[in-house]
Write a protein that binds this ligand. Structure first.
Ligand code: FFO
Length: 446
């Protein structure tokens, strides 16, 4: 039985639930659903109807609700049939199998969203935002994903690309028809335009750090001497702030890594082995690695036992990290006079004092510019960053060739290259090879 190129997949998470959603998308989605429900395929648009899915012999598989979205008004832009089944694993699997028997094929991971992109329902940045949205671990990450899903980033890069298209068109017209009376946008005017685009590109690039933190978490390392209370602090923060999904890929040796959310900021927190004086060579190596690991962090939290004199409490060596917080722990026990002038945050993991101040400080140092979050905010990902950097380089070359009074053809080539890189961000030009790498990271049914 043919289903054209109609695909099917379970769209809800695996496991037992009240209901599960199976999606069909493609030219024969309505027919495949009708065959499985042994009914006519003249579904009313977007109206849920109660049906029974039966096997070949007519035995009941499940009672379901079917909603058909006729092309092009659907998520994918092709005809979509959504089948809401009872949520059991077995029932869901049997309904899906029946749909495959009735002519659908299994969808690949991300294929529904890929179809939406192919059909022009979403640009590439919006498709990526769908993925960001699903994997968001914090409020701020969710907000950023929504902004991107609205198309803000795509709009901005497309505007820049348009600006370059205009510029190149003008330049090339002048190259091709020098005798015509075309305003030769060369020299200062041209350079101004190029620099305007480059400035915008740099503004977008400056959001890369925020984007990484929102998507991957603020890399935070807790360090301090043995018994300063590093693990207690980590546990204390984890107790209330543990992320929905915890335990990312376990990192090295003596470190424990956890995901948590502090004041809306996703944080990837690493508890290091005690930083102390090396006793022997092996230990020395361990400490060297700990320091190395810590130096890749965005934020360093130094925990000290504040009942001790400063000399004995501070770690002998501290990694070089730009953002740092000093935590004066055990403040319930009374503080050694050495610390009286210290600006460290007084914390007690025992009674919880100071923890709110610590959380607030983490949010400030994460520098997600949350005051600006809302309309028109973007936070680019690594792929966008790569394309923007290449575009920026091409524009710099264009600028340099202008200054050097090179052939205008050379400048036009560089501008075209920048245009291509910008176009790859929203996927408005041929992007075959990058599609695979984006959509394969989706889950099946998305
Ligand atoms: N049942 C169900 N819930 C869902 C989805 C879905 O596909 N199915 N979504 C999927 O991830 C999200 C919602 N996103 C959607 C986006 C567009 C269209 C859609 O039908 N668009 C048409 C019609 C627009 C309109 O009526 O205004 C279109 O763009 O032409 C549907 C869902 C979350 N909830």
């Amino acid at each position: 039985m043919s289903g054209g190129d109609t695909m099917a997949a379970v769209a809800t998470a695996g496991g037992t639930g009240a209901v599960a959603l199976i999606r069909l998308s493609g030219p024969e989605a309505a027919e495949v659903a009708a065959r499985a429900c042994t009914c006519g395929s003249d579904w009313q648009d977007r109206r849920a109807v109660l049906k029974t899915v039966r096997d070949e012999a007519g035995a009941v598989i499940d009672q379901v609700l079917v909603t058909v979205f006729h092309a092009p008004r659907s998520y994918t832009g092709d005809t979509v049939a959504e089948i809401a089944t009872h949520g059991g694993r077995l029932v869901t699997r049997r309904v899906l199998e029946r749909l495959l028997e009735c002519g659908a094929r299994s969808a690949q991971p991300g294929e529904f969203t890929e179809r939406a992109f192919m059909n022009g329902k979403l640009d590439l940045t919006q498709a990526e935002a769908v993925m960001d949205l699903i994997s968001a671990q914090s409020e701020l990450a969710l907000r950023a994903a929504h902004e991107q899903l609205e198309g803000r980033l795509g709009e901005r890069t497309e505007k820049l690309r348009q600006e370059l298209i205009d510029t190149v068109a003008n330049l090339e017209a002048w190259i091709d028809f020098p005798e015509e009376d075309i305003d030769p946008e060369t020299g200062e005017a041209l350079r101004k335009r190029i620099e305007g685009v480059a400035a915008e590109i740099r503004a977008l690039l400056s959001t890369a750090d925020q984007g990484r933190i929102l998507r991957e978490g603020l890399r935070t390392v807790i360090c301090g001497r043995p018994n300063a209370g590093k693990s207690s602090l980590m546990n204390r923060l984890l107790g209330s702030d543990r992320a929905i999904v915890s335990g990312t890929e376990g990192t090295t040796r003596d470190t424990i890594e956890e995901m948590l959310v502090i004041e809306g900021v996703p944080v990837r927190m690493v508890d290091t082995a005690g930083l102390r004086e090396a006793g022997d060579e092996i230990e020395e190596e361990g400490i060297r690695r700990t320091i190395q690991e810590a130096e890749r962090a965005d934020l360093l939290i130094v925990v000290v036992d504040s009942t001790m004199p400063m000399d004995g409490a501070m770690p002998a060596r501290l990694p070089e990290v730009g953002r740092k917080i000093l935590v004066l722990n055990k403040s319930d026990l009374g503080e050694h006079a050495d610390w009286s002038a210290s600006e460290g945050i007084r914390v007690s993991c025992l009674d919880g004092r100071g923890l709110d101040e610590l959380r607030a400080q983490v949010r400030v140092l994460a520098d997600l510019g949350e005051a600006d979050w809302g309309e028109h905010s973007v936070a680019i990902n690594a792929r966008h960053r790569d394309r923007l950097m290449r575009a920026d380089e091409a524009l710099q070359r264009a600028d340099a060739s202008l200054s050097a009074d090179a052939e205008p053809e050379i400048t036009a080539l560089d501008l075209r290259e920048a245009m291509e890189y910008l176009g790859e961000i929203a996927g408005k030009i041929d992007t075959e090879e990058i599609l695979g790498s984006i959509f394969s990271r989706f889950c099946i049914g998305k």
